[in-house]
Design a protein around this ligand. Sequence first.
Ligand SMILES: NC(=O)c1ccc[n+]([C@@H]2O[C@H](COP(=O)([O-])OP(=O)(O)OC[C@H]3O[C@@H](n4cnc5c(N)ncnc54)[C@H](O)[C@@H]3O)[C@@H](O)[C@H]2O)c1
Length: 333
Amino acid sequence: MNYENQYQKYRGKNILITGGLGFIGSNLAIKLVDLGAHVMVLDSMIDTYGGNLFNIEPIREKVQVNISDMRDIFGLPYLLKNKDIIFNLAGQVSHIDSMTDPETDLAINCVSQLAFLQTAHQHNPAARIVFASTRQIYGRSKYLPVNEDHPINPTDINGINKTAGEWYHKLYHDIYGMNTVALRLTNTFGPRQLMKHSKQGFIPWFIRLLIEGKTIQLFGTGEQIRDINFVDDVVDAFLLSGIDDKAKGKVYNLGGEPISLLDLVKRMIEVNAKGEYRLVPFPEEKKKIDIGDFYGDYAKIKNELGWEPHISLTEGLTKTFDYYRKHRSHYWS
Ligand SMILES: NC(=O)c1ccc[n+]([C@@H]2O[C@H](COP(=O)([O-])OP(=O)(O)OC[C@H]3O[C@@H](n4cnc5c(N)ncnc54)[C@H](O)[C@@H]3O)[C@@H](O)[C@H]2O)c1
């Protein structure tokens, strides 16, 4: 489905993207500039996180870049005022890091989210705010596919803090009538994702290993099921949530075709035209926070906003491999 008609509403709008130099935020910024919006990206550019100035290379002269930290509450009033729509994607995203450094995860994903909402409430209560939540908050699934009514039972610190971040957004809608929406993202892949270490998800890491001609180590039997989205589809979900009034106060799952990790790896090898994998035992620290099989039910956003994923896995992987082969030096040395 083509959403371009709906997207006309973005022309001339003032937009803030927190985490806008990261993977999903920068893809969103590029699309918004293309739609004629005035875009400001805010990002802390902490070295081990996903922010990368090269991510916005195609729109470098057309966006305002603000290098600042969400934990700095004093700068927030200036950054939030006069914005029509705020896409709130800044976050510490490594689940492993949230276990070894829980306080940083708490400060970024929980405390600063509350301060951000409180500031928006005071300085820009009418803005639409779309928050990047995660399917990680469900924990291990009690049934599949997981819909929005599934119990929340996070298996790690990051999941708990992201739950709080999401619920603050909901609360500021319920109590103060603020215009918030939360999207529970599943594993997302595509161009502009961090590749310099393996802590930001297995998909970019496997792609890097294949490009480098190294063997993928797949934990366990490889039979774990996941659903994954290509980043352009996720950008569409953000854009629809940013303009459709039905989204106000809602929480939506995203999701895609369920696939086993083994089949995903085989498809990656096919797209790369070469590569090897090996099954290895699950490392203890990862096993403890692994959520097992997961795929989400995205019927609610499909019915209410008309969103569904359109990019096939093979097409998404082809675009992703092409991007990193071309721009590898900007992502890892
Ligand atoms: N990529 C996925 O598969 C996925 C899945 C579920 C949820 N999410 C959520 O989507 C959002 C974006 O994720 P992403 O994959 O683009 O990750 P990313 O790391 O590429 O982007 C996050 C950005 O936030 C910035 N950031 C971190 N802390 C900050 C702070 N204190 N102040 C300002 N900026 C800060 C980082 O520098 C980075 O550029 C995150 O909130 C994440 O939790 C992503």
